[in-house]
Design a protein around this ligand. Sequence first.
Ligand SMILES: [Ca+2]
Length: 359
Amino acid sequence: MLYGVSQRNIPLAQSSTSASLLQYLVNLCLVTHPENNKPQIEQWINTWITLPVEFYGQSKLWGFVPPVLSSDVGYNPISLRVGDFNLDGYPDLLGVIKNTSSKGVTIQQAVLFENIPCSGPNCAGSERTFRIDFNTQLHPQSQMAIIPAFFDYLEDGVLDILVTTQSKDKGLHVHLLQQDFTDDACFLKVMVVSGLCFDDCPSNREPYGVNQWGPVVRYSTLNTNGKMQTALASQLTQSAYCPMQLPFTVFGLGQTPNFIENFEVGIPHPLSEAPRHKSWTSIIPNSQLIIIPYPNNKPSSWVNKLFVTPSRLVLLTGAALLGTCGFIAGIVGILHWREKVEDKREKLQEAHKFHFDAM
Ligand SMILES: [Ca+2]
């Protein structure tokens, strides 16, 4: 078993059940049959349980890619990257799987593991599991996927996918799969920076610093059913073994256009000092937050920079409002014009009447 390697790759830094509890996931291979390794994803619920993830697809049995020390693309431990690709509030995974046919032909491709509800005895108490999306092709099939990663390419709060592949001539290529997201779902994107400058911030500039490891962010809000929806995530949980984690957190809010009732940020602190965290209320969905924890040891002074991204619905609502205003203005204009014509006619009649009376 690859427990030793896998333990370093606990990738899940986001609540997989949207229940505000961090769930530990570990991906591993049982290498009793190395050529046909049996892949598993296990979740920690008081004990490790195996999630019922189906690795059979496209008439093939797939497995994770065990790391090879002599590989010409580097030593890549089995890793899963976390990101809520469809913004439904449940973090999905991105990983590489491979299949070697009986003729020795190996296919290695990047796939999405969609976070879906789980019910039945196979779930062993877990409310969620993952389904491999064999239908979405993330890169040319003729190339071997090496490292996939989520990234917000257009800074619009919707996650895109970058995949590094290797072609038959050993050349490495980077592919971008830009997501054309049209679903009615909201997001909250949070970046917690270090709040530090090298020496002092010149010209009283904001001490943005750079992304830091270890901050925890949490939100709670009422969903469309009137129930409290909470989620929690940690930013940059890992710095070794090519983690390719996002330097920010994207929470999918699902179809929840309500204000975020409570939003909280905490950063690492020395054990001898008080915890460092701060809360904000009434955050607008579809917004990007940059938290500047300056000074680090004085949370009451921390600053929250909010950038609002208008969603498609907001734009549609604005367009409908403008259209309605234009329509009403048109009617008012027509009535006004008719009124003026009427007045003019009445004045002419009055003038004719005056001339007639004068005669
Ligand atoms: Ca999801």
